[in-house]
Design a protein around this ligand. Sequence first.
Ligand SMILES: [Zn+2]
Length: 275
Amino acid sequence: MVIWPNGKRIAVMMSFDVDAELMWLQRGDGNADHITNLSKGAYGPKEGIPRLVRILNKHNVKGTFYVPAWVAEQHTEEIRLLVQEGHEIAYHGYYHESEGGRPQKEMEEIMEKSEQVMQKLYGIKMVGHRSPDAAYNDYSIAMYYNRGYFYSSDARDYDKPYFQKINGKEIPFVEFPKESLYDDATYYFVTDSLPVRDNIKPPSFVLENLKADFDALANLGDRCISYIFHPQLSGRPGRAGAIDELLTYMLERGAWVAPAKEVAAYMIAQHGPFL
Ligand SMILES: [Zn+2]
């Protein structure tokens, strides 16, 4: 059981998937020619990121931004802002490619290309992984680990963080499980292009849901939350206001809000030797 530092009750990762235009391009239903849908995606870097960064800075906390390398190439200025402000950039594909069922050789090539882009543009080495299609393969954990990553946020099997295993043995590689409850697309993703989704929720509803879940998890003591916010959805002023209020609420109630790489490094240091 992990004990969080300084008497904190729960680890919270303010994580954002910066899918930008790829949220639309990868839907594969004619969105490539849909200029205004692509511009909905561009809202994420253009308006969402600066607004969300202002909120994170106001609370003096750092976020984790899962950025496809293609997005980092298209929106260099906004991603550079994240790096300059000390937020974490983590792996989220090159072109937001699906991972499930993809051969290892192809995955290695995609990861290599993405890592090179981030290194070249921003001088950073990514240490965290989130799969664009919420899926990975039998070989994946060992591959991430061997490429120098030490956490991922993909699985949904627990509500506490845990160490991944290779051949039945724990390795210094942390899994931060996620959940649709923490995904703003569950509440906010709306489109009139196929497949249509039009069930929009007010920020107050989302805030109420997230506060209730936070309280219950914080009471358990060794839990974490790894959010899945998208700047193009949660970066809207009213919704960003809900994130602002959520941060106030959590920080007043013993949350350790930190980038995923810090939480993972802490857990690995606490664990002792891996046999
Ligand atoms: Zn994504």
